[in-house]
Write a protein that binds this ligand. Structure first.
Ligand SMILES: *Cc1c(COP(=O)(O)O)cnc(C)c1O
Length: 870
């Protein structure tokens, strides 16, 4: 094996970092660790002992000083200890078997709290409950102590979190990579009806679920320039002379599957300065400047950008993406090399210290490694893998490209053209000069091929190019992802169809075989077993426990549709859950809601395409009807909203204010407030979503058809027996197909109708002028009925509706009202409603993320489950 690496090589980095901390230790016999039963046993007695030990030795408290948070921490460490053995066993199994691995790359993981999930997944729930009771503590109170790690914005990050659970439950050899943001998505507080953002200091009191792995630190280069040179064989080569370096330290979170021995790894990267202090500056006595560089480097993993479905073209965001891609890829290669070394008879420790990576090692790399990009945020991995293979390991371009394409796959998450990531060439080149050259070369070769296939088609070449021409040239990350991947998938049938037809049409014509659909799903553990324990128990009593990992089993509930006792219990549980939520609402918002009213729920990011506005138009319409006819017989409803707006998204923030303004009028009007209540629950997050799902009856999935890629909120709510009122958008279509048309309240234009109406110069005024109720509602908002102190406050919203109505709110208004009327009628027939509710849950099996992950394994990754022995 020849060392063909120059002085900046990755191999050199490994040696440097391991050498200082770990000398190679000569052992005659490997030390065996005995895991003693009474150290990590699962009995009530051992658990009690462990909790008190951890309280004492880790928290440094006794029962005199301890506050609830200390008990939470002590319990969390107790649970983590019980995962370690299985985790190590899992990782060892992975190293020993030559199985193919899936590596999932996502800049967001919206995980929700760990404690309950881990207790349930490893079968410790009952024992822990008992142990705590005997210690005079309450498990539910302790669970509330956990800070939720909000490392994601919405659906995309939550999907990744459901995948973590499914990958481990299905025993898939996988590692998930991401960024350990110091500040997750902001904490939303409401002041005078306005959203105010507060930093989310989730790590302030420590995080017991992670294990820092400083010994696996990697270096990431940034900036500088490139140089060409001739290697010893006279070949033209390029090297990248960077001008700064940051270090990436991994923090591992253990991810146990439900009822398996598998414990997978979520590896999140934190940026550290490569030098704690700039010693030259330090020696001159300028202490402050000496630490300034450190702060600068550490900014990379400091915060999650709070945008959902809109890219932020900030330099720091690009640094984050590259940092995370570079760290993860170095780790993927290192793990691969260790396995390779072991398969040739070497030990783990030797492999860690001694491997010199060279060309020949990559021969089977693409048969062992599958890399999934969750959206385009990790798409720099294509350029980075090419750079490593070509520059560092000196493979020829063609082979490197083959490996790259064979390894990488891309999931698209949006049809909104404005949501596609692009980076200005100037910014990109300053940060990643070598990657820019590589992207140009990928593009040159790619466009030559396009030209051969479609000679003379300049327009097509311009559309497909990785570079968007213009006064400021931009790199199109979706195009890079499409060209560098073997498979491109959409996340619902409609979304994939529309990707092929419009957003990625030119790529589809070029590579039809690359496209596939994998409809999203959600974890039935998180979204039914944990979030709705009463319903889960009722289901288990009737059909056994299999549904927890085979969600199609829920179909067997259909046998109980005529069982009055079962239907009664179903209703009763929903009622109790509503009662719990009502109590929470009273506590948080001071609003007294009627637990017998219909709980009508729209909880998701605030976005124009999601049309919270349409919901509000309906509410105001009902309000007007009552005001005009106080004796009107109508169904009492509680409208529940929750969701964050991106801090820079003006209209979305104004929508939050409008919700509060309308609530303020309606909730205080004695003519209507016994029948209508509006509630906005602040700081929508996973824990809140769990509470709401269990209590929801009507699920609002009312986006403009063709705009929501899939949605997953729709699945969670239906899984908990809420009935959807929705458009034919995203996964709503498939949900409706599964649960049956008669168990779904449909309204609105289809995606095709939206496109054709748009092309015929859609004019919102036609609807405004011809619909009396609609006109009245809009006039009220416009005239300041809900904002008497500032009558023009909501003008921007009114203008967005009347000038362009980009999201066709007015076109769908009447159809939405009609559908809502059907909702009210059916709800009054409680038995009918309950039947629909049961059928929604019974037929939701398809939307388990287990099914989704199995499809990724089969259609994209070619990865198979690997059983871990106990
Ligand atoms: C499920 C979920 C989402 C996604 O909801 P959609 O309705 O699909 O947009 C967003 N945020 C949180 C906290 C969630 O749990």
């Amino acid at each position: 094996m020849t060392d063909i690496n120059h002085h900046h090589s990755t191999k050199g980095q490994h040696q440097r970092h391991y050498n200082h901390s770990q000398k190679h230790i000569h052992r005659t016999e490997p030390a065996k660790i005995q895991v003693e039963d009474d150290r990590t046993g699962m009995s009530v007695e051992t658990l009690k002992r462990a909790i008190l030990d951890n309280l004492f030795y880790i928290q440094g408290k006794d029962q005199f000083f301890a506050i609830p948070y200390d008990y939470y921490m002590a319990l969390a460490y107790t649970v983590r200890d019980r995962l370690i053995y299985r985790w190590l066993k899992t990782q060892q199994t992975y190293f020993e078997k030559d199985a193919k691995f899936a590596f999932y790359l996502s800049v967001e993981y919206l995980k929700g709290r760990h404690l309950r999930k881990n207790l349930v997944n490893v079968g410790l729930w009952d024992v822990a409950n008992q142990a705590l009771q005997e210690l005079g503590l309450n498990l539910y109170d302790l669970m509330e102590q956990e800070q939720e790690p909000g490392l994601g914005n919405g659906g995309l990050g939550r999907l990744a979190a459901c995948f973590l659970d499914s990958l481990a439950t299905l025993e898939i050899p996988a590692i998930c990579y991401g960024i350990r943001y110091k500040f997750g998505t902001f904490d939303q507080v409401i002041q005078n009806g306005w959203q105010v953002e507060r930093p989310d200091k989730w790590l302030r009191f420590g995080n017991p679920w992670e294990i820092p792995r400083s010994e696996y630190v990697v270096e990431v280069k940034l900036g500088g320039h490139t140089e060409a040179y001739l290697d010893q064989n006279g070949h033209y080569r390029v090297r990248w002379i960077s001008d700064r370096t940051v270090l990436g330290t991994p923090f591992d979170t253990l991810v146990p599957g439900y009822n398996t021995n598998t414990v997978n790894t979520l590896r999140l990267w934190t940026a550290r300065a490569s030098e704690e202090l700039n010693f030259e500056v330090f020696n001159t006595g300028d202490y402050t400047r000496a630490v300034a560089d450190k702060t600068f480097s550490e900014n990379i993993s400091k915060l999650l950008y709070p945008n959902d479905n809109t890219p932020q073209g900030k330099e720091l965001r690009l640094e984050q993406q590259y940092f995370f891609v570079s760290c993860s890829l170095q780790d993927i290669i290192r793990l691969y090399m260790i396995r390779l070394h072991r398969s040739r008879g070497g030990s783990y420790e030797e492999a860690l210290l001694r491997i010199e990576i060279s060309q020949e090692h990559f021969e089977n790399f693409d048969q062992q490694v599958s890399i999934q990009m969750n959206d385009t945020h990790p798409s720099l991995i294509i350029a980075e893998l090419m750079r490593l293979l070509v520059d560092e390991y000196q493979l020829d371009w063609e082979r490197a490209w083959e490996i790259t394409q064979n390894c990488c796959a891309y999931t698209n998450h949006t049809l909104l053209p404005e949501a596609l990531e692009q980076w200005p060439i100037s910014l990109f080149g300053r940060l990643l000069p070598r990657h820019l050259e590589i992207i140009y070369e990928i593009n040159r070769r790619f466009l030559n091929q396009v030209w051969l296939q479609f000679p003379g088609d300049l327009n097509r070449v311009a559309q497909l190019s990785l570079i968007r021409e213009g006064s400021e040239k931009q790199i199109r990350m979706a195009n890079l992802a499409c060209v560098g991947s073997h498979t491109i998938n959409g996340v619902s049938q409609l979304h994939t169809k529309l990707l092929k037809q419009s957003l990625l049409h030119d790529f589809y014509e070029l590579y039809p075989e690359k496209f596939t659909n994998i409809t999203n799903g959600v974890s039935p553990r998180r979204w039914l077993l944990l979030s709705n324990p009463k319903l889960a128990l009722l289901i288990t009593e009737r059909i056994g426990k299999k549904w927890i990992t085979k969600l199609d089993e829920l179909k067997r509930l259909e046998a109980f549709l005529e069982d009055a006792e079962f239907c009664q219990a179903w209703q009763q549980i929903k009622h109790e859950n509503k009662h719990d939520l009502a109590e929470y609402i009273l506590q948080c918002n001071g609003i007294d809601v009627n637990a017998n009213s219909l709980f009508d729920v729209q909880v998701k990011r605030i976005h124009e395409y999601k049309r919270q506005i349409l919901n509000l138009l309906h509410i105001i319409t009902l309000y007007n009807r009552f005001k005009q006819n106080p004796s009107l017989e109508v169904l009492p409803r509680t409208f529940i909203f929750a969701g964050k707006a991106a801090p820079g998204y003006f209209i979305a923030k104004l929508v939050i204010k409008l919700i509060h303004a309308i609530a303020n009028v309606v909730n205080h009007d004695p003519d209507v407030n016994s029948r209508l209540k509006i509630v906005f629950l602040r700081n929508y997050c996973v824990s809140l979503a769990q509470r709401i799902c269990a209590a929801a009856e009507l699920s609002e999935q009312i986006s403009t058809a063709g705009k929501e890629a899939s949605g997953t909120g729709n699945m969670k709510l239906a899984m908990n027996g809420a009935i959807t009122i929705g458009t034919l958008d995203g996964a709503n279509i498939e949900i409706r197909q599964e649960v049956g048309n008669e168990n779904f309240f449909l309204f609105g234009l289809t995606a095709e109708e939206v496109f054709s109406l748009k092309s015929q110069n859609y004019n919102p005024w036609n609807y405004y002028n011809s619909n009396l109720e609609l006109r009245q509602v809009i006039d009220m908002i416009a005239s300041g009925y809900f904002s008497p102190d500032r009558t023009d406050l909501f003008r921007p919203i009114v203008e967005s509706l009347l000038i362009r109505d980009e999201y066709m709110v007015l076109a769908d208004y009447q159809s939405y009202l009609d559908s809502q009327e059907r909702v009210s009628h059916v709800y009054l027939e409680q038995e009918h409603w309950t039947r629909m509710s049961i059928l929604n849950t019974a037929r939701i099996g398809k939307f388990s993320s287990d099914r989704t992950i199995l499809e990724y394994c089969q259609k994209i990754w070619n990865v198979k489950p690997l059983r871990v022995e106990s």
